[in-house]
Each structure stands twice: as C-alpha cells, then as structure tokens.
Design a protein around this ligand. Structure first.
Ligand code: SAH
Length: 461
C-alpha cells in the first residue's frame, strides 16, 4: 500500500529516533512523527512522502502511552529547546542510554557484550527541571510588531515567545521584562534575522547556583551607545538579588554564532563565580561552563574515578574550558596541563588556578589537535592520563593520532555527542586501547542530549 500527502493514518508509535521523534510503522512502511511518544496510538497526517518512509504530523492521541506525562511547558511542541518533555523522566534516561548503546554498536562496532560488560549505571538528575545556569534569549518582534523574546523554533529563526522556560532559573523572567520594557520605552530596535538590521540580538543570562551571582549580557549589532538611557535599565536590573555583572557584547557579523569577540562591562565585574566541590571558578561571558552545575559535580567525580590518580601523574586536560576538570584533578596529580582554544577561557583558567591555590597546573591557548602534536614533538613529554572533553564534532584525527603515539596509561573521554564519541573510540581501540568502562550522565533533562564518560586503557599485549 502506498501513502500520499494529506492522508490521515492511525499508527502505534513503536520507537523514538535520535532527535526524539516518534517512529511508527504501517505495513512495514516507516513514518516519523514529531511529538509522538513511544507507546502512543495516534492519528497522524502524512506531510511528506519518500520512497521508504514518510513524515507525519500528530493530529490526535487516540490511546495515551503509559510513558506519556503532562509537560510543564505550554510551548514545548513549538520550541526547539526541549524534544522529549512529554516522555516520563525514567523513560528519557532509558532512551538516552539506548541511543549511546546504538552508536557504540553501529558506529563504534563494539560488540553487544563489550558494551554491556563495560557499562555502569546511568546517573540521572534528582530534579530534571530548572537546572540550567545559562540561557540565551533571541530578541525580535511578533507579527503585530511587539518586542518579544523566547527561543527559536527548531531549525528556524522564528521566535517562540517564552520568558520563563522551565529548564532555567526563575530570575530570567524578571530580567527579560526589565530589558524589554526599557527597549519599548526608548524605542530600541530588536535585531531582525531576515533583514540583518536592528540593534538587540540576544540576551545572555548566567547564574552561579552556589554563589547566587547573576550576569546579564546584551548582544548588540552595534555600539553600546546606541542602547540609550542605559543607566535607568542598569538601576532596575540591580534591584534583582544577586546581580553581579552587566555587560554588552558586540556582534555585527552575519552569523548564527551568538556571541561576538568584544565584551564591555557596564556595571559590576566582568564575570561571575560558581563553586564545584568547594573549588571556586570564575566564568566570563565568552567562556564555556557546564550548564547543569549539580550534574557537573557528578560528571567530574566520574572523571576523577576513571583517572584513578595516585599523586605523581602527568595529566593532560584537552578542551579544558576555564580549567574546571584540570583543577579538579590537580589535587591528586603531579602536574596538569590544560589546552583550550578560547583565549578568554584560558585567562579564566589561569585565574582559577590562583584563586584555588593550585600550583601544579599550566594552561595553553590553542587547538588541541595542533597544540598537542607540536608540544609532543618538541618536548616528548610523557602523558600518564589524558582527558578529552571535545565539542559535538569530537576530536580531530591528528589529535587522536598523537594520543595513540603518547601511549597514556588511561584516557578519559567525556562526550556530549555519542555518534562522534563512537567514531573516535573505534579509532583508538583499533590502535592499542581498550574500552573498560562507560557511563551516561544526564545533564540535559527534557532534551535528547546526554553526556557520556568513557575509560580507555592501554591494551595489555
Ligand atoms: N572541559 C570543560 C569544557 C568542555 S566544552 C568543562 O567541563 O567545562 C569544550 C571546550 O572545547 C570549549 O571550551 C571550547 O571552547 C573548546 N574547544 C573547541 N574546539 C577546540 C579545539 N579544537 N581545541 C581546543 N579546545 C577547543
């Protein structure tokens, strides 16, 4: 049987894809239906037909899945932020672990037994909402011309208005209201993604969960002087408890990258601080910092556990950000070296070493895949333990080759994308390493994303 656009079908959602989309089958023909939850029987309209599969739109739930829960957010279906809010948290964890297992199996070519034998119990969150310490709200206009802020709908530049996202902190709403009110009063123009005109692009808010410090950063397509009567707005923002830093970032590029390179502090300090396991970290607007601080503690504990340091090892922390993992490991290591591409983050890392009285850590600005091979060639330094925590695209081949050459006793791979993780693990395991242990740590409740920590050891010959 063939299906055509606009056909209405009844289908059981049997599975969920990597992006959280429901997957159903009729007569062996696959239909992908966004917002369908595993176990639902739904009525869907066929929207797009391909040779072996089709895309459908959820019209009506006929029979509710036992795994379906009431989402807290009213715009969760339109907004691109959460994909699986309607799936119970318990099943979200299973879904994510399965996704990682599948990648290890299909891309990593590890055997089912190898994967199961080395797997440790997934670390979920106690409270899967209100966990994010950072939010970046695009600013624009609705179709009536009113200034709005919220989140982009998945893969578009359409803003879904939402000032109190339930993944973020409650202070977001008040901050956004002050800024939008100010923009309306002084006719400050939001940026238009289509014409590339207008001033205010994004509002970045960061919060230190353990210190209560707040940072607001306005991302402007222009100079700060164009944002008129700033003093009044700053006064209003400062009434919010914890306000520690107000700054602007200039970004006049035609790009999807949110932040430009230049930061100007308008009020307070140019950073906020947060604490992880009693260590204090200074975070600048341009620096990466894990978005879920409670789970970050658990993630770093795993890195420490897998590192199994005895006290005199040479440790490399590649993609080190503001040096959090490096400094966390430094207490138990001989010497720690951190490498990171963003200069501002390395500046923070160096400051963080001083703040925490760490004297055995050294930090370098550079691309891991360029810096490590060069350093190794020059100094031939031995590495006992290497930690990598790359962005989604994973590690470059040049870096992996250098790691193989350096032959560390242990390699701890922290990954936010299990498909590139599986690819990189295969490369390493074909060249003398063995996958010993791995665990998923959920840092991103309600979304399809998950963090994975893996321990690789040198194969005994
Ligand atoms: N380990 C840190 C940061 C991890 S995020 C933490 O837990 O906080 C990944 C980091 O890699 C980011 O700070 C990013 O700026 C940096 N990065 C991206 N590409 C890089 C590259 N090629 N070489 C070095 N660092 C890179």
């Amino acid at each position: 049987m063939t299906y055509e656009k606009n056909d209405v079908v009844t289908v059981l959602i049997e599975d969920m894809g990597n992006e959280g989309e429901g997957i159903g089958k009729i007569d062996g023909y696959t239909i992908f239906i966004k917002d369908g939850v595993m176990g639902d029987v739904i009525e869907a309209k066929i929207m797009k037909v391909k040779k072996n599969y089709a895309y459908g739109k959820l019209l009506r739930i006929i029979e509710k899945s036992p795994y379906r829960v009431e989402p807290r957010c009213t715009v969760h279906r339109q907004c691109g932020g959460c994909q699986i809010q309607a799936l119970s948290y318990e099943m979200q964890l299973k879904f994510k672990e399965n996704k990682v297992k599948n990648h290890l199996l299909r891309i990593g070519k590890f055997s089912y037994d190898e994967i199961e034998k080395s797997k440790e119990e997934m670390i979920g969150m106690d409270e899967p909402y209100y966990y994010r310490n950072k939010a970046q709200f695009p600013v624009g206009r609705d179709k009536h011309g009113k200034i709005i802020t919220g989140f982009f709908a998945g893969r578009t530049h359409t803003i879904i208005p939402n000032k109190n996202c339930c993944l973020g902190i409650k202070e977001n709403e008040q901050i956004l209201e002050i800024i939008i009110k100010h923009m309306e009063r002084y006719q400050i123009v939001p940026y238009d993604e289509y014409t590339k005109k207008g001033l205010v692009r994004h509002i970045l808010i960061r919060y230190g969960f353990s210190t209560g410090e707040l940072m607001v950063c306005l991302i402007l397509n222009g100079r700060k002087e164009q944002f008129t009567c700033l003093t009044k707005m700053i006064e209003d923002l400062c009434t919010i408890k914890g306000m520690a830093s107000i700054c602007v970032n200039r970004n006049e590029e035609n790009t999807n990258v949110i932040l430009g390179k230049e930061i100007q502090v308008l009020w307070g300090k140019g950073y906020i601080t947060d604490k992880i396991h009693g260590m204090t970290f200074r975070i600048s607007p341009l620096s990466f910092y894990q978005v879920n601080p409670l789970q970050t503690e658990k993630l770093y504990e795993k890195v420490l556990e897998y590192g199994d340091l005895k006290g005199n090892e040479n440790v490399w922390d590649l993609y080190c950000g503001i040096g959090t993992i490096s400094l966390f490991l430094s207490k138990k290591a001989g010497k720690v070296y951190g490498v990171e591409v963003i200069p501002q983050a390395i500046k923070d890392a160096k400051k963080n070493a001083i703040i925490n009285d760490v004297h055995n850590a050294e930090f370098f600005v550079g691309k891991a895949e360029e810096f490590l091979p060069e350093y190794n060639k020059k100094y031939g330094e031995k590495a006992d333990i290497i930690v990598v925590d790359p962005p989604r695209k994973g590690c470059q081949k040049e870096l992996l080759e250098t790691i193989v050459h350096m032959k560390p006793d242990r390699l701890v791979y922290v990954s936010c994308d299990s498909s590139t993780l599986a690819r990189d693990l295969r490369f390493l395991c074909d060249r003398g390493f063995e996958l010993k242990r791995w665990v998923c740590v959920d840092m991103f409740g309600m979304t399809v994303h998950v963090e994975t920590v893996c321990l690789l050891e040198k194969k005994v010959q």
